[in-house]
Design a binder for this molecule. Structure first.
Ligand SMILES: NC(=O)C1=CN([C@@H]2O[C@H](COP(=O)(O)OP(=O)(O)OC[C@H]3O[C@@H](n4cnc5c(N)ncnc54)[C@H](O)[C@@H]3O)[C@@H](O)[C@H]2O)C=CC1
Ligand SMILES: O=C(CO)COP(=O)(O)O
Length: 335
């Protein structure tokens, strides 16, 4: 009998640990934590208190702090560290992962400097491997608590996605496929910036109409940039686009939304990030997105205001006042 596929997840933060728990239900799974104490806690107490509080993890989920051991074990490699850490993490194991092992990204940000998406960084660090991503409206704590959700495995080769789908699926976690890797990845990246805007709006005590405006016009900005970069506009009406946008903009547990709220309460970006104690990808990604918007000659007024607030050049009140000065054009004109 063929041995089961072994999934290795790099990064034992809230989402890496949750995805590893999903996979462990279906197949032997090993989670790499850079900190040995976290790996010990997962192995012995079946918890990851730093990121997931007291929530019990599956007893069959194994963890290690030895990244080379993890790389050797992988039949499927899942990269769950934040975007800025993908390259340095994979560089450590670029000669240790077996040829043809598929690599899936969980990260929803852009690499500062290179402006690359995580799947592009992965393709550079691990050339020749099939590369894709798992994304969608997937707030880690809800999924760990067993609440129903859906996600998308996006790979250019549909056969790879078809092989990967069942590794993460459960009766309450539906995993779809999509071949528009760029569109799916950009959806997850860009919605974080709109979520900061949404959190700022909530922190300022705006009404529901304003909230809805931020979501709808934020989505229009996501589609404009995505289409200019070569993504399929329809992808943004799916789980990885509007789906993830809604979840992140409305959920009190979204870190990006919380950063926006903290900023509206008067914290600096540094104070907001420190208060959070976890990654909020939109903070680092906002300036990079504005560089891409300029390169592609795309108007992104909401992202532009978020970037200005995060950089400390504007207050959230000024940002919302600034949006009033944007001349409304044709609503249909997304491109
Ligand atoms: N938490 C969630 O609900 C979801 C998160 N994501 C995305 O998944 C990615 C990871 O997020 P979370 O697990 O939530 O973050 P987190 O803040 O909970 O954990 C980050 C993990 O990365 C590790 N890490 C940080 N810097 C590192 C470095 N320089 N080298 C190696 N490891 C490093 C930390 O030790 C920690 O284990 C992000 O891109 C996030 O946008 C995607 C979907 C859902
Ligand atoms: O991407 C997410 C949900 O799909 C998580 O969002 P936050 O990083 O804002 O918590």
């Amino acid at each position: 009998m063929a041995r089961p596929v072994r999934v290795v997840v790099l990064g034992a933060g809230s989402w890496g640990t949750t995805v590893a728990s999903l996979a462990a239900r279906n197949t032997p799974t090993l989670l790499w934590a850079r900190d040995a104490d976290s790996a010990d806690e997962i192995n012995t107490e079946h918890r990851n208190t730093r990121y997931l509080g007291d929530h019990p993890l599956r007893a069959d989920l194994r963890a290690t702090s030895d990244i080379v051991e993890a790389a050797h074990e992988a039949d499927v490699l899942v990269v769950g560290v934040p975007s800025h850490a993908v390259r340095e993490t994979l560089n450590e194991i670029s000669n240790e992962v077996r040829a043809w092992v598929p690599v899936l990204s969980l990260a929803k940000g852009l690499e500062p400097g290179t402006r690359q998406r995580p799947t592009e960084v992965i393709a550079e660090c691990l050339p020749g491997h099939p590369v894709g991503l798992l994304a969608g409206p997937n707030l880690a704590k809800e999924i760990l608590a067993g609440m129903a959700a859906a996600s998308v495995v996006a790979t250019q080769d549909e056969r790879v996605a078809t092989a990967l789908q069942p590794l993460f699926a459960s009766p309450v976690f539906r995993v779809y496929r999509n071949t528009d890797v760029l569109g799916c990845e950009l959806g997850g990246i860009l919605k974080n910036i709109v979520a900061i805007a949404s959190g700022m709006a909530d922190g300022l005590g705006v009404g529901d109409n304003t909230r809805a405006m931020v979501l709808a016009r934020g989505l229009a900005e996501m589609i404009r940039l995505g289409e200019a970069m070569g993504a399929h506009p329809r992808t943004f009406s799916g789980l990885t686009g509007v789906g993830d946008l809604i979840a992140t903009c409305i959920s009190p547990s979204s870190r990006n939304r919380r950063v926006g709220e903290y900023l509206a309460k008067g914290m600096t970006t540094e104070q907001a990030v420190a208060e959070l104690g976890q990654v909020a990808e939109g903070v680092k990604t906002a300036p990079t997105v504005m560089e891409l918007a300029r390169d592609h000659d795309v108007e992104m007024p909401i992202a532009s205001e978020v970037e200005a607030v995060v950089a400390g050049r504007r207050t959230p009140e000024e940002a919302y006042r600034g949006l009033r000065h944007v001349e409304p054009g044709d609503e249909e004109d997304l491109a």
